[in-house]
Write a new protein. Structure first.
Length: 717
């Protein structure tokens, strides 16, 4: 072979090495665009074992610098590029990885723990997307931490001779918080505390903090409930100035005020509420008209008469946005002076209300409607149990009226379902507690006609108020209003739910026009069956989330073209907004500022989610506490979820959910089959699949993390 040909081969090979090195170096520096590396560091990071590659690196770095593709800063090299960054909130799923939550129509970005740059769950971050193979989930690394989600955490403090540390209750906080001994306040070992971060994690990967409040001994009911309140930033009490402002409000109703209102004090009026209710924010009035029709009034506490714009009470109500109902207490939106006093529609007292009044025929068709401020005098306070007994037996106070109104409510309900409303009846639980707050039993809540009667007329008022405001301007831009909307289900989630339902022998049509009818058929089929609660919960998860917005969109679940929240201003700030806007438009006012109200809607939706998360956490805490006392009992369960690290089981009797961890499956090595919602044993081929009925026993409980570990129990003859 000639020398000339050998030189060409060597030159071609050299060009190939240089091109490969260029691509690798640019990729390395671009993915670490905020860092500088020496030649030695670059060589080490590239990790080539071949001398010809490593020897060529200095020459390639020089060439890239001359081409302007990288910068040389005194022998240290960095990228000239500034990558596109995606901003979002971090969901730190487990110690190994997190996701950047992106808009609903985009894939969340997978981030390995080593690429989090010390960001923690909930932080607002900028993420650089790392190129991956086609079809693979996008990956990224955190470049900037824009805003920390919070700087105070709740957890259990543990002491060692030289320092203390706090183990956060939040399962998505995967680092203990170091606390110097002189920053532990009066905390003792195993106390629940609130710790404030004084130094965010750096190279030692451990945040540092100081104890700001001692909540009590771990496991004590008050300490645990206060921990949940602190975890979700819920207020422990009203500021003194708020209470004082509430106390100054007069309870006198003047003749001048009465004259401005429609007077219902002589019309039969009553409330129906839970036995332990302290605030009554809605009442019904009933009158048979001379033409044979019925006039039904839905009377709602006139909270905005007492809570004026710009007041301290108004600002506090907006900030809280909702009352929160934990298992053993309520965290109210308004002080007791208002919620249980001035605005509570107590029996045999004159009360100021905002009302929706309808003339209804015997088929529950709405013939006329009227909205406005009123004064009422409730004749009777019913509990749900009282009202139900009168409906069922026809005996007792106002039994004929209750039976008649219940018949009208049933016709309204039937019409809703005929138009496509979805019959979600998910099972909720309540706890029987002793005097120290310990759970003695878990009791499923049962909804009967008395509950549904009130619900139907509240739905009617909410729907008609929304439709009235929406239709004020028919040919012009609509008036700004606060709507409660619920979009069509996500097709992908619906298809997954449909696949799961098939395991129980149920089918679901997922076409948009058939979803409601098909869902109702399925929900009817599963009523009373062991899989009922699991399927209901999964169906709800497949639905879109309801929210507050100024956009006049549909409410899919209720099959209403327009819907709002008008009926609970004592416990929901959006209802206060609705009252103010409705009165403004009744007075022929101009359209309100849309952006201002959209911001308030967003805030209210966020606060609603916080409340729901806190309520779930308190229920989970009591479920875990209850299951601590039944560790020897064997329970029937249904597999409600399958993941690569464990199998979720819902216990049929108590509705509690726990997990059988993969490491506790000792009889074989099981592999996760994500596509088919199951795990399969390598040797025994045993399958545990979503929806399977199993028998389990409690292995361990963790009050701090609110988790229940289960183990499978083999059936014996």
């Amino acid at each position: 072979m000639s020398k000339k040909k050998r030189k060409k081969i060597r030159k071609g090979k050299s060009d190939g090495i240089q091109n490969k090195l260029k691509a690798k170096i640019i990729s390395l520096l671009h993915q670490n665009f905020d860092k500088e590396y020496s030649t030695k560091e670059i060589t080490k990071k590239l990790g080539f074992r071949r001398k010809d590659y490593n020897n060529a690196i200095p020459m390639v770095l020089s060439a890239l610098t001359q081409e302007g593709q990288i910068l040389n800063n005194s022998g240290r090299y960095k990228s000239t590029q500034r990558p596109d960054l995606i901003r979002g909130k971090l969901d730190h799923v487990n110690p190994r990885f997190a996701y950047l939550l992106t808009p609903e129509d985009e894939d969340d970005i997978y981030i390995k723990a080593k690429d989090l740059n010390f960001a923690i769950d909930g932080d607002l971050v900028d993420v650089m997307v790392i190129p991956t193979r086609a079809g693979k989930r996008p990956e990224g690394k955190v470049v900037n931490i824009i805003e920390r989600n919070k700087d105070q955490f709740v957890g259990r403090i543990e002491f060692s001779p030289r320092f203390a540390f706090v183990v956060a209750d939040n399962r998505k906080i995967h680092q203990d918080i170091f606390v110097p001994l002189d920053k532990t306040s009066s905390a003792a070992h195993n106390d629940k505390v609130i710790v404030k971060i004084t130094q965010w994690p750096g190279h030692d990967k451990s945040p540092e903090g100081e104890v700001k409040m001692v909540l009590g001994k771990a496991g004590d009911n008050n300490a645990e409930i206060h921990s949940i309140m602190a975890e979700f930033d819920l207020p422990f009490e009203f500021p003194k100035e708020i209470e004082e402002e509430a106390e100054k409000i007069s309870d006198k109703i003047t003749k001048k005020e009465i004259a401005k209102r429609r007077d219902f004090r002589e019309i039969l009026t009553f409330t129906i509420d839970p036995e332990d209710a302290k605030d009554f924010d809605d009442a019904l009035s009933f009158e048979k008209l001379e033409n044979g029709n019925y006039e039904i009034g839905i009377h709602i506490a006139d909270v905005t008469h007492y809570v004026q714009p710009g007041s301290l009470l108004e600002k506090e109500a907006y900030d809280r946005a909702t009352s929160v109902y934990l298992v053993d207490r309520t965290i109210p939106m308004l002080p007791e002076r208002l919620s249980n006093g001035l605005c509570s529609l107590r029996p045999r007292e004159d009360k100021l209300t905002f009302s929706a009044v309808f003339e209804i025929d015997e088929n529950s068709n709405v013939l006329k409607e009227w909205f406005g401020r009123t004064i009422i005098h409730s004749d009777r306070r019913f509990t749900y149990e009282d009202a139900q007994a009168s409906i069922e037996t026809g005996v007792g106070d106002l039994a004929p009226e209750l039976q008649l109104i219940n018949g009208l409510a049933k016709k309204l309900r039937k019409e809703r379902f005929k138009k496509g409303a979805v019959n979600f009846e998910s099972t909720e639980v309540k706890f029987k507690l002793d005097e120290k707050g310990r759970p003695l039993g878990v009791i499923p809540k049962i909804r009967k006609d008395a509950h549904k009667l009130i619900e139907e007329f509240m739905l009617l008022a909410n729907k008609q108020v929304a439709s009235y405001v929406h239709d004020i301007k028919k040919d012009k831009e609509r008036n700004t209003f606060v709507y409660r909307t619920h979009d069509y289900p996500d097709p992908e989630k619906l298809n997954s739910f449909s696949s799961f339902a098939k395991r129980f022998g149920h089918s679901l049509q997922t076409e948009e026009t058939a979803i409601s009818k098909s869902l109702n058929k399925l929900l009817d089929e599963i009523e009373g069956k062991p899989e009922e609660n699991v399927l209901q919960q999964l169906a709800i998860r497949a639905m879109a989330k309801a929210k507050y917005t100024t956009a006049a969109d549909i409410h899919f679940g209720l099959a209403f073209p327009h819907y709002t929240h008008f009926t609970s201003p004592i416990r929901r700030y959006p209802d206060m907004m609705v009252h103010r806007l409705l009165q403004h438009y009744l007075d022929s006012g101009k359209s309100a500022d849309k952006q201002e109200y959209e911001e308030k809607c967003t805030h209210s939706s966020e606060r609603e989610k916080r409340a729901a998360d806190a309520e779930r956490a308190s229920i989970k805490y009591k479920q875990v506490e209850f299951m601590q006392g039944v560790e020897d009992k064997v329970f029937e369960g249904i597999i409600s979820g399958v993941t690569e690290w464990g199998i979720f089981i819902e216990i049929v009797e108590t509705k509690c959910e726990g997990m059988v961890r993969m490491v506790d499956l000792k009889d074989d090595f099981y592999e996760y089959d994500e596509k088919n919602f199951r795990v399969i044993g390598n040797n025994n081929k045993k399958i545990y699949a979503l929806g399977d009925k199993v028998k389990v026993q409690v292995k361990a409980t963790d009050i701090d993390r609110r988790t229940i570990d289960l183990i499978f129990v083999e059936e014996t003859d």
